[in-house]
Design a protein around this ligand. Structure first.
Ligand SMILES: [Fe+2]
Length: 249
């Protein structure tokens, strides 16, 4: 059934403090659906609290990310750098059996949410694809049917818009960005990463979407980065995984 208000979360990456800050920020708002674009785990030191929180959410629609896939399928770590690989092995070892089964059984995207609205991890054409350029976006617009598609994976908050003049690209900057999506345009939107921002803004990123009015809101929220980084150190995960949280890379 079509919903009126969606909370959109992507790339949480076992960051309990970041997810907690986002959920506190939206605690007073009533969403009737949560869209999760994958990568619950990987990199961070709190996979169980994050998976527990997400799987308990009502009206959740979710697709797997490449780091979730790596929990079930070791071959999926082939393209990972050493830190990501180490974190994937650590996560597999530390997830409870129930949480491991949950992550391993997350569905592959894309997922049709309602008329014209879709979610995926990398791209609707390939869950592992990094959608960075206007040309990437062009190929998606040409080969997938949606009006609005939310994607993650790159951790770069941005909007690709296609209308009769062509495709335009814009980064989502600042702590709040609000816009009404055009009726006659199509959109590929990345809400940024909750748990490992990479756009040199260390604040946690997420979005909201109201399909009836086509209102899109992008937000950033501060969280206890020191705590997340300290947990990474304490867990014996690669040090750079904590350091990058402080600078947002
Ligand atoms: Fe990710």
């Amino acid at each position: 059934m079509a919903k009126k208000r969606y909370l959109i979360l992507s790339d949480i990456h076992s960051n309990e403090e970041a997810l907690g800050a986002v959920l506190r920020c939206v605690a007073r708002r009533r969403y009737d659906g949560v869209l999760c674009l994958g990568d619950l785990v990987g990199y961070g030191a709190s996979p169980n609290p994050v998976v527990h929180k997400i799987k308990g959410m009502k009206e959740l629609r979710i697709v797997r990310g490449n780091h979730d896939k790596a929990i079930a399928d070791t071959a999926a770590t082939q393209s990972f750098n050493n830190s990501a690989k180490t974190a994937a092995m650590w996560t597999r070892k530390h997830l409870t059996k129930a949480n491991l089964n949950y992550v391993a059984s997350l569905p592959k995207g894309p997922l049709q949410i309602q008329d014209g609205l879709m979610i995926c991890h990398g791209s609707p054409l390939d869950e592992d694809y990094y959608l960075f350029s206007e040309f990437d976006a062009y190929q998606v617009f040409e080969n997938a049917a949606f009006q609005v598609c939310f994607f993650g994976h790159t951790h770069y908050p941005c909007i690709f818009k296609q209308n009769r003049d062509g495709i335009t690209f814009s980064y989502l900057r600042g702590e709040l960005h609000e816009e009404v999506l055009e009726k006659d345009a199509r959109y590929l939107i990345n809400p940024g990463s909750v748990g490992q921002p990479r756009d040199r803004n260390p604040y946690s990123a997420f979005a909201e979407y109201y399909p009836e009015t086509r209102r899109f809101i992008f937000r950033r929220v501060a969280y206890d980065i020191d705590k997340s980084a300290a947990k990474i150190m304490k867990a014996g995960l690669p040090e750079n995984l904590g350091a990058r949280l402080r600078v947002g890379t």
